[in-house]
Design a protein around this ligand. Structure first.
Ligand code: MRU
Length: 355
């Protein structure tokens, strides 16, 4: 399994996703600001992985705190949570993880635990969030593998793989599971400008596992679909609104519209923690606008002329009408999503096996 993020001796270790695939370097974070910076600068990225990193950052801060008592620790916790919440606005898993950590803190405080005991409790909760995410991805894979035909040529956008989660992946987890079930597949990885998650990260993950992979520029998806070279599209999600609208990496909307035009099934794979029932539809999802330099430059070299305006929204929203199904660890939702997602989220939780 790929080492996306780990906790060792009160240090959070992440593979630096800005450097892959040419260098496999690890970033070691000892404080919440270091974790927040790693999230903001995309050392670690992908909605579920961002949630895990934030949870570990919060646990780090509480464990390393010099607070004399629980009330002082609670003030520090709030500051750390505010810091984490300001890193990336679209991935709802971030806010979901922060809420879980706050809840764990409140439980410890209510039970009269000491700051040290609360620190241990928060470390355990962060590790649980990590392990649950891997288990959820594997469960998603089992459900999702059923919709991947043997011999399928599959288009994916961005990286919804082991690197974007605590391990195994959501969209790529479905493809991994299909391969584990003996299906032969070939994957087209959209390059995914400007950060190149597809060209660098998805291709790296799949090639390492011997899965046939072809990297294409975004603009090739249309002609390939027209020429019947793609049978299925599957992507991850950063936030799924109550009506099934999905925010994901910029360019996802284009893939979905193209898939509809060419009668190709378009699936989204995401854990239940990505479903945000409190957001009614895609128009209410905050879209992160990132640094213009990501578009104006290729590495250190400027590629656009001085004076040209730049837009760099990191995500777009795919309206639910383009989505064939939403694959989760609890099963696959189909339209009408307003009902199927609500039912899924309200399902009583069965214990997740993380071993
Ligand atoms: O900007 P990123 O790289 O964090 O965007 C990631 C995506 O859009 C992924 O598709 C999404 O987070 C799902 S990851 C399982």
């Amino acid at each position: 399994m790929l080492p996306t993020i780990d906790w060792q001796d009160d240090v959070v270790i992440m593979v630096d996703q800005r450097k892959l695939p040419s260098q496999e370097l690890y970033v070691r974070c000892r404080t919440p600001p270091e974790v927040a910076k790693a999230i903001r600068t995309m050392v670690i990225r992908g909605a579920p992985a961002i949630g895990v990193a934030a949870a570990m950052g919060i646990a780090l801060g509480v464990k390393r705190s010099k607070a004399k008592g629980t009330p002082q620790l609670a003030v520090e916790l709030q500051k750390i949570c505010t810091l984490m919440a300001a890193t990336r606005p679209t991935a709802v898993n971030l806010f979901w993880a922060i809420d879980r950590m706050k809840k764990a803190f409140a439980e410890g405080a209510q039970s009269g635990e000491s700051p040290e005991e609360i620190g241990e409790r928060l470390e355990a909760e962060a590790r649980r969030i990590h392990d649950e995410d891997v288990a959820n991805c594997r469960a998603m894979g089992q459900h999702g593998a059923t919709i991947v035909p043997d011999g399928a040529r599959v288009l994916t956008h961005c990286n919804a793989g082991a690197l974007a989660t605590a391990g195994y992946g959501s969209a790529l987890g479905v493809l991994r599971a299909a391969v584990e079930h003996g299906k032969r597949i070939a994957v087209f990885a959209d390059e995914t400008r400007p950060f190149l998650q597809g060209a660098r990260l998805t291709a790296w993950e799949l090639v390492r596992e011997g899965i046939e992979t072809t990297v294409i520029t975004e603009s090739m998806a249309g002609p390939l679909m027209r020429d019947r070279e793609i049978d299925l599209a599957i992507v991850g999600a950063d936030r799924i609104a109550a009506n099934g609208d999905v925010a994901n990496k910029i360019g996802t909307y284009t893939v979905a519209v193209l898939a509809r035009e060419h009668d190709i099934p378009f699936y989204v794979a995401a854990p239940v923690s990505t479903i945000d029932i409190s957001t009614p539809d895609g128009a209410h999802i905050p879209i992160e606008e990132r640094d213009q330099r990501e578009v104006s430059h290729f590495g250190a070299s400027r590629v656009t002329p001085e004076g040209a305006r730049i837009r760099n929204p990191a995500f777009d929203v795919t309206p639910h009408r383009y989505i064939t199904g939403i694959i989760t660890e609890r099963g696959i939702c189909h339209p009408p999503y307003l009902e199927s997602l609500r039912r899924l989220v309200q399902q009583p939780l069965s214990p997740v096996r993380t071993g």
